[in-house]
Design a binder for this molecule. Structure first.
Ligand code: HEM
Length: 226
């Protein structure tokens, strides 16, 4: 499904994405019906309650919300874990449960998995000397904002001792990432456990970034633990 908004999309990618979407939507319809007759203490049961409460959420909206939550919730966190492991190994930074919050914040600043989102100008507007016309597409380079030298000293340096400041990695405003606290929790949980279990983890090959357009993540990360 995610293939639809990647670079180098082909007819084959599109066909596979549509087939995956059809299969997943039909799985979700069955899953939602099962939860409807047997509610549980989980997110889908809560969403069904909002759907049954009337005009809040239609079944199709319920299904697309589940797809959005799965795609947005899975892919970006996976790539951030990859980017984070790479940077921690390259810089020799020891992540522990005690410094995890600072390490994770700096990983998110330094190498965000979603480096760009786009918007459309709905009206002619001038912002800080740049003119936009109605209909212009605007690329918001979140990764570049995270390295703005007016805000960050030595922005190209990975430094876990930085004072906390807002980062652009989760966007801003109305569409600010709804999963940001969950993503931070997952990263602060997973990364220290990985390095506790494999304290000798080393890079086995130079990491390669994928040419994906939307995601900024690694195609693979080869490591070894002697
Ligand atoms: C490190 C991990 C993550 C990163 C870097 C990230 C980044 C972002 C960014 C930049 C946006 C704003 C998109 C825009 O402005 O158009 C966003 C939106 C969103 N994120 Fe995340 N996200 C992450 C994890 C998650 C998780 C774990 C979930 C849910 C379980 C999630 C759910 C969403 C949803 C539903 C939106 C859309 C919000 C809206 O349009 O109102 N994200 N995310």
């Amino acid at each position: 499904m995610v293939g639809m908004y990647m670079a180098g999309r082909t007819r084959e990618t599109e066909d596979r994405a549509v087939a995956a979407t059809d299969a997943f939507v039909s799985f979700l319809r069955g899953y939602i019906e099962a939860r409807r007759s047997e509610p549980r203490d989980d997110l889908i049961t809560e969403l069904i309650a909002a759907e049954e409460a009337g005009d809040k959420l239609s079944t199709d909206e319920l299904i697309s919300t589940c797809i959005l939550l799965l795609n947005a919730g899975h892919e970006a966190t996976v790539h951030t874990i990859g980017n984070g492991v790479k940077t921690l190994l390259q810089t020799g930074t020891k992540i522990t449960r005690d410094n995890a919050a600072k390490c994770v914040e700096e990983i998110l600043r330094f190498d965000p998995a979603l480096h760009m989102f786009t918007r459309w100008a709905y009206e002619d507007v001038e912002i800080e000397g740049t003119r936009f016309q109605r209909g212009d597409q605007v690329a918001l380079l979140l990764a570049a904002a995270n390295r703005d030298p007016k805000i960050w000293s030595n922005p190209q340096v990975f430094d876990i001792t930085r004072e906390p400041k807002p980062i652009a990695s989760f966007g801003a405003g109305l569409h600010f990432c709804v999963g940001a606290p969950l993503a931070r929790l997952e990263l602060c949980t997973a990364l220290p456990i990985l390095f506790e279990r494999l304290p000798q983890l080393r890079l086995a090959q130079e990491p390669q970034y994928s040419n994906l357009y939307h995601f900024h993540g690694l195609s693979r990360l080869m490591v070894r633990s002697p």
